[in-house]
Design a protein around this ligand. Structure first.
Ligand SMILES: Nc1ncnc2c1ncn2[C@@H]1O[C@H](COP(=O)(O)OP(=O)(O)OP(=O)(O)O)[C@@H](O)[C@H]1O
Ligand SMILES: [Mg+2]
Length: 476
């Protein structure tokens, strides 16, 4: 804008505006007087010079001539001296007028441009307002849909803000917690439920917010609710959203299932023991008696009947094989050493048997301090070991196996079976058809232990059972 104005000014300076000094000189009365005096004196000098050299004019004519000459001399001077500054004033005025006009035009253009700009800004703002209104409406619609969905759920849903105040509570959640929605909204949850401070739920909800992670957990709420709840916490910048499900029935069903499977396990073990004894005592003894009878018949027969003796020998060999098989079957069903000499001896026997039968190198590491454990834990460990070794023989294609039973630094009991075979895959571990692996897990759970299975493709598989110190009772 400023640049345009100055350009216009330069264009007009063909009629040079007067400088201040020039104006001073031009409009000075002193200058006018000096010039006038000079003109008068010059004219008077010329008139007197003429009169001195001629005597043809009368005094009245002389005065007239003097006056005429004076006027003739003074008129142009006066005209020049008075009109020139006026002309300059007019020119200057015109320049100013032109400048003002251009200023005006320029300003008008500026105003137009600014108006157009303002118009577009106004339009933009109008569009933004419409968009915001639409967003607001969408938000409102989404909220309504969400509200309807949350209210129609059987599952409880609460949303807590950063100050742990209830920002939203659905009807189901209020019902599950035995309160009214109005009674909870806007209040700090730990004030509504002071008894839950420092509970598992308190710690896990705090962890979800502070570590910004999703947490799932089950918690039992004591009096007056006395129920089990499953919590799923989802943190957000606004706070945390929690889904709550009443799982009391499921927990009781799980407990019943655990009791049932524990009972089944006990019954199975008792049956195995009974069958094992039956095979060992009755069948084994009958076979031995049979073998003795065979020897007696052999002795009673006259020598020389080679065909008969050959048959009797073949019968004795088959009988020996049958006796060994019966013994193996009895030991498989219930390793005798487990009941007689304890877990360490049974494991030692089991690993030696495995090496003998499968021809796979098996290293055993037993911690000397491990005494005989209670019957249930000992049996569970033994069965897990048997299943792991059977799996190695059937699936691993391993050349070496190591088995260790020891105590950790925290005195937990640790059984570890690892092989250098094909390595179990994650899909095989989580397959719903892996009944052998599931059985191992179930046995571990029954003795309050934790079983982990890890496999590395081409490098082998490791099965680790950890039973916490408190869960292991040592047999007296
Ligand atoms: N040590 C191992 N090395 C490699 N793969 C293994 C090993 N142990 C188990 N697997 C894989 O895991 C699968 C599941 O094992 P699981 O013991 O549950 O079933 P299974 O042995 O096939 O049958 P069963 O029910 O008779 O035990 C096996 O089929 C096998 O593919
Ligand atoms: Mg198996």
């Amino acid at each position: 804008m400023t640049t345009g104005l100055y350009q216009g000014d330069n264009h007009d300076t063909k009629q040079e505006p007067l400088t201040q000094r020039e104006q001073k000189i031009l409009f000075s009365p002193l200058r006018l007087v000096v010039v006038l005096v000079l003109c008068v004196f010059t004219t008077e000098f010329l008139v007197h010079y003429l009169l001195q050299n001629t005597s043809m004019f009368s005094p009245s004519r002389v005065i007239l001539l003097d006056a005429v000459l004076l006027s003739v001399a003074l008129c142009p001077v006066l005209i020049f001296l008075l009109f020139r500054p006026l002309k300059h004033l007019v020119a200057r005025h015109q320049i100013n007028e032109n400048q003002l006009r251009r200023h005006k035009e320029h300003l008008e253009q500026e105003v137009k441009a600014r108006t157009a700009e303002l118009d577009s800004v106004v339009q933009q703002l109008r569009e933004e307002i419409i968009e915001k209104k639409q967003l607001e409406k969408d938000k409102q619609d989404t909220y309504c849909t969400l509200h309807t969905t949350l209210e129609s759920m059987n599952e409880g849903f609460v949303s807590l803000d950063r100050q742990w105040r209830y920002a939203y509570v659905n009807k189901a959640a209020a019902h599950l917690m035995g309160r009214d929605v109005a009674e909870m909204l806007g209040r700090v949850c730990w004030e509504v439920f002071p008894e839950s401070v420092n509970s598992l739920a308190y710690r896990e909800i705090h962890r979800s917010v502070t570590e910004n992670c999703i947490t799932f957990f089950d918690d039992f709420i004591v009096e007056p609710l006395n129920r089990w709840y499953e919590y799923r916490c989802y943190p957000s910048p606004e706070g945390v959203s929690i889904f709550i499900t009443d799982i009391t029935e499921r927990k009781y069903a799980e407990a019943r299932f655990r009791d049932l499977s524990e009972h089944l396990e006990t019954v199975r073990e008792q049956e195995r023991l009974a069958i094992s004894r039956e095979i060992h005592d009755d069948i084994g003894q009958t076979l031995t008696a049979f073998k003795l009878d065979l020897s007696w018949i052999e002795r009673k027969f006259p020598s020389g009947n080679n065909e008969l003796i050959g048959r009797l020998n073949a019968m004795r060999s088959s009988l020996d094989l049958l006796i060994t098989k019966a013994q193996n079957l009895a030991s498989e069903l219930r390793p005798p050493l487990l009941d007689n000499l304890g877990l360490a001896a049974a494991i030692d026997w089991q690993t030696r048997e495995f090496k003998r039968r499968c021809g796979i190198e098996c290293h055993l590491m037993l911690n000397e301090e491990i005494k005989a454990l209670d019957k249930q834990t000992g049996t569970a460990i033994m069965r897990i070991l048997q299943e792991a070794l059977t799996n190695i023989a059937r699936h691993a294609r391993a050349t070496e196996v190591s088995v260790s039973l020891c105590r950790s630094g925290t005195d937990d009991l640790i059984l570890e079976i690892s092989d250098n075979g094909a390595g179990i895959s994650q899909e095989e571990i989580s397959s719903p058809l892996a009944f052998g692996l599931m059985g191992m897990q179930e046995r571990a759970r029954l003795c309050h232990g934790q079983l982990t299975i890890k496999g590395v493709h081409g490098e082998g598989t490791t099965i680790r059972l950890e039973i916490p110190r408190g869960a292991v009772k040592e047999a007296v």
